[in-house]
Ligand binder design. Structure first.
Ligand code: ADP
Length: 927
């Protein structure tokens, strides 16, 4: 009956076993009670029960392969079996195999003869000891005190027999095996002192490649422990239960089985449910194992990944434990110090071999726990290249134990540093460049806040430093109107992304008005994204001024061009009129029927026309000299009063009688006119200006008077010419001093329009001022003045007795003149004096004449002559006869000809055309 019930239980259990079973071969030792051994041809033992349970759990089809230790390990190595059941946890085994978590422990005891005095493990040192366990043998052998006394036996029983036979003083074998063997073989001579000599843990051993089985077995062992199965098996083999009870057949008490069978029958369904739950749990566990397994794999892969990554990183990475042993290092660090990675790992770094001493200090880890240290350091690498690193150090505690690991990560910033340096240089260059530009340069971001500007901009706005404007908008920096204007144009650029140019008047920091030409340009990045705007303002005040002046000059030039055309028309008229009368009357003079009066009248008319033509030529010459800046001022002391008297006389002489009758000409001299008033200035030019003004006054006055003279103000001498003529219109007033400019009166009176402009220019050159007042129809007054410095009234007037007739009958005068007509004229003029006139046709002849004729009293020397000119002839004559007076005849009233002739040695000069009276006076003066 009880057998039947047991069968039900067995059958029920079997029915839940999984159909597919994994076939596994396990290597077990032939005879190792109570762990694994054969009894009544059945393989039993603690290890075998554990294996059966695991087999049930994971549905293994287990096959036991028996053998000795070496054979089994060889079979495992060659893959003939899947694992070994009995493998001690030693460093060597761990390195060679995948060991499951230890699933049992073997404790070793000391077995000695009854009479032995050994009480402690140390007592066996000098004695001979038999043992069977290789690991123990090896461990004890490593201890010098035991070495030499140990004997390794193949079986534990042999060890005990060694003690009985006296071959050994003690045996050290598994406590449980010893107990079992003594009892089984009835070894009465052996005693077991209560000494637990050594404990060794053992595990299942799998080949290194078999990870999955390892994980499953570990999990299975945990399940067995958790479900109490392990304890039950342990209890069975090592507890109160004697190993003999397992194999021995003892009379069975059946009634408890009946009760049990009943309970089992009642609880069968519950059991089935439990079984199902259990299977579910198993499945879950299996999944969990898979997950864990995957997790472990992932972890392993991750570890590989991390190692790979660390190695490929260009940064220096090193981790050291508290004893400075290197726990992690990457290629970059190994290369820096020039040592292979494998030689560094798990060792202390050889500081003597480091290429740079700085590295030693770098590897020191100071500071508190977990404290970060960041700094920069310069290191020389194995190629003697100086490199800069950003170092970050950190101390961390391992999670598994309290060990501290010092981590160091170094980023090579050499290139970045160099680039930074280059960038800094570039920036400095750019800054000094834009600061050297006198234009105002500024840049703003997209929100129109200032980002930067050059020195010119700062100076213009009175900003002392960048802080004054950077990050600020126009609204906070400038007045409302200005800020609004700026914003409007800036906004336009932001909207259109197009440049803008504008000219605006601004007031600088010192209150000066400046015209700025501002160019505003959008700043865009390479993707066309708008970043801000840049503005360049150029001061164009001067440029604009120049432009204005140029425009003015252009208009003036155009005006003067027009004037020139008018002038040329006038000039042609002014030349033709006297020329016509000269030619006409000259023709008439040839008429033999002319009366003497007619002849004199015609000659007079020809003279007048010649004089006006000459005056015109003089004016043109003067103007061109003035414009070519060739007018020289020749100052000398002269008597103003005499100049006025002479001028009056010479003008009056040339006026026609009708005009003289209608208009009186008077001069005005302040004070006594017989007293001389000397003035140090250019008398020739002053006379010229006065003469121009007087002639104009007479020209534009048809009745009344023309008065001229001078007067003094506090510090000036003022010459004036006043008339009662037609005056000057408002329109004409603006232009009469300009070149070629005639008033409206030209149509009636003719004229070249040169007189006043020459007069003004001459007065300017002489350092004076010229102006006029006028009242239309009532008359005008022109006056010019000079500062009073060099005049006095103290000199007596030298009397100028003018003889109307001269008797020079004993006088010889040499006339050097290439023009025959001119010679005849002079000869005629001197006819009445009775002087003997000698003619020399050029300079050379004149010199010869003086040489050959010592009676010559005076020479009239023309300047422009062929062969030898007047200057040279004068010089040579003066060398022959130093005292011989020479009067030069110059072509035009040019002051430089006068100077040159005087320099050559002439005593006086006469300007052409020569007036007979003047000629006589000059000759008289010198004779
Ligand atoms: P011109 O007399 O040859 O025309 P000027 O340069 O001497 O040239 O004078 C310029 C103009 O000034 C004259 O055309 C005339 O209209 C005016 N003018 C000069 N002097 C007088 C004056 N005394 N009275 C009236 N108008 C004068």
């Amino acid at each position: 009956m009880h057998r039947f019930l047991l069968f039900i239980v067995f059958f029920a259990t079997l029915s839940f076993a999984q159909a597919e079973k994994q076939k596994l071969k396990v290597g077990i030792r032939t005879n190792y009670p109570p762990y694994e051994f054969t009894s009544n041809e059945r393989i039993i033992g603690f290890n075998i029960d554990i294996l059966h349970q695991l087999s049930d759990l994971f549905s293994y089809d287990l096959k036991f392969v028996k053998g000795d230790k070496e054979t089994l390990y060889q079979m495992l190595d060659s893959g003939q079996i899947d694992f070994i059941s009995f493998c001690f946890q030693s460093q060597e085994n761990k390195a060679a195999y995948n060991l499951s978590i230890p699933y049992n422990m073997v404790s070793f005891g000391i077995y000695i003869p009854y009479q032995s005095s050994i009480k402690n493990p140390e007592d066996i040192m000098p004695y001979k000891v038999s043992l069977q366990n290789e690991l123990l043998y090896e461990m004890m052998g490593n201890n010098k005190k035991f070495a030499g006394h140990l004997v390794l036996r193949r079986s534990q029983n042999q060890c005990l027999q060694d003690v009985i036979n006296g071959d050994a003083d003690a045996a050290i074998i598994s406590s449980l095996s010893g107990k079992y063997l003594i009892e089984r073989n009835n070894y009465k001579m052996i005693k077991v002192p209560p000494i637990n000599f050594k404990n060794l843990q053992y595990s299942f051993a799998f080949s290194k490649t078999n990870d999955s089985l390892l994980v499953q077995f570990n999990e299975g062992l945990n399940i067995l422990r958790e479900t109490g199965t392990y304890n039950r098996i342990y209890q069975k083999w090592f507890g109160e239960v004697h190993p003999n009870q397992i194999t021995e057949k003892k009379p069975i008490v059946y009634w408890p089985y009946y009760v049990l069978a009943l309970i089992i029958a009642v609880l069968l369904f519950l059991l089935i449910n439990q079984r199902r739950k259990y299977l579910d749990l198993k499945q879950m566990k299996s999944k969990e194992i898979d997950i864990r397994h995957n997790a472990e794999r992932t972890l392993y892969d991750y570890q590989l990944l991390v190692e790979g990554m660390v190695d490929t990183l260009p940064h220096l990475i090193i981790a050291q434990d508290e004893n400075k042993k290197v726990k992690l290092v990457n290629n970059a660090f190994a290369q820096l110090i020039g040592q292979p990675k494998d030689e560094i790992l798990n060792k202390k770094l050889d500081t003597n071999a480091l290429p740079d001493k700085n590295l030693i200090s770098l590897l020191e880890h100071k500071g508190g726990e977990q404290k970060n240290q960041n700094y920069q350091i310069k290191l020389v690498d194995t190629n003697s290249r100086m490199r800069t690193f950003d170092i970050s150090k950190r101390k961390i505690k391992k999670a598994t134990n309290k060990e501290t690991i010092n981590f160091l990560v170094g980023i090579d910033i050499t290139e970045r540093e160099q680039k930074d340096e280059e960038l800094k240089k570039e920036k400095a260059l750019l800054t000094s460049l834009i600061n050297s530009i006198p234009d105002l340069i500024f840049y703003k971001d997209r929100t129109l806040k200032y980002v930067g500007a050059n020195n010119a901009f700062k100076k213009f706005n009175g900003f002392k430093s960048e802080k004054d404007f950077i990050g600020k908008s126009d609204a906070t920096l400038f007045d409302k109107k200005k800020a609004k204007d700026f914003k409007r144009t800036d906004q336009q650029i932001l909207n259109t992304k197009e440049r803008l140019e504008l000219s605006v008047w601004e007031t600088d920091n010192d209150g000066n008005r400046v015209l700025y030409d501002t160019l505003k340009v959008p700043i865009v990045d390479q993707n066309g994204e708008l970043l801000g705007i840049v503005g360049i303002s150029r001061d164009i005040t001067q440029q604009a001024d120049i432009q204005r002046q140029l425009q003015k000059a252009k208009t003036k030039a155009e005006d003067s061009d027009k004037l020139k055309t008018i002038f040329l028309t006038n000039l042609s008229h002014e030349i033709r009129t006297p020329l016509n009368s000269i030619i006409g009357f000259s023709d008439l003079l040839t008429d033999p029927d002319l009366t003497d009066d007619q002849r004199e009248e015609f000659t007079e008319l020809i003279n007048k026309s010649g004089a006006s033509l000459l005056a015109l030529v003089d004016d043109i010459m003067d103007l061109s000299k003035i414009e070519a800046n060739q007018i020289q001022i020749n100052k000398n002391k002269f008597n103003i009063n005499q100049v006025l008297i002479d001028l009056h006389a010479s003008i009056e002489e040339n006026r026609d009688a009708v005009h003289k009758h209608a208009v009186s000409l008077e001069y005005y001299i302040p004070g006594n006119e017989d007293e001389a008033l000397y003035f140090n200035h250019d008398d020739f030019r002053i006379k010229q200006v006065l003469s121009n003004l007087i002639k104009n006054a007479l020209k534009y006055t048809s009745k009344g008077e023309v008065k001229f003279g001078y007067r003094f103000t506090e510090n000036e001498i003022v010459f004036f010419v006043k008339d009662t003529g037609l005056g000057i219109s408002e329109e004409d007033k603006k232009h009469i001093f300009e070149n070629y400019n005639s008033g409206k009166s030209i149509e009636q009176f003719g004229g070249s329009g040169l007189g006043l402009s020459i007069s003004k220019k001459l007065v300017d050159i002489l350092g004076g001022k010229i102006a006029f007042t006028t009242d239309e129809l009532k008359g005008s007054e022109f006056f010019f003045s000079f500062p009073l410095k060099d005049h006095s009234t103290s000199q007596p007037v030298p009397s100028t007795e003018l003889a109307e007739t001269y008797d020079w009958s004993d006088i010889q005068i040499l006339v050097a003149e290439d023009e025959q007509n001119n010679f005849f004229f002079i000869k005629e003029a001197l006819k009445k004096t009775g002087a003997k006139i000698i003619w020399a046709e050029d300079g050379l002849r004149a010199v010869e004449e003086v040489e050959s004729n010592p009676k010559i009293d005076l020479v009239l020397m023309d300047i422009k002559m062929p062969n030898l000119d007047g200057y040279e002839a004068t010089k040579q004559i003066k060398q022959i006869r130093k005292d011989l007076p020479i009067i030069a005849q110059t072509a035009y009233a040019m002051s430089d000809e006068k100077d040159l002739s005087l320099q050559a040695g002439c005593d006086e000069y006469l300007t052409k055309p020569i007036r007979p009276k003047k000629l006589l006076r000059k000759i008289n003066k010198l004779l």
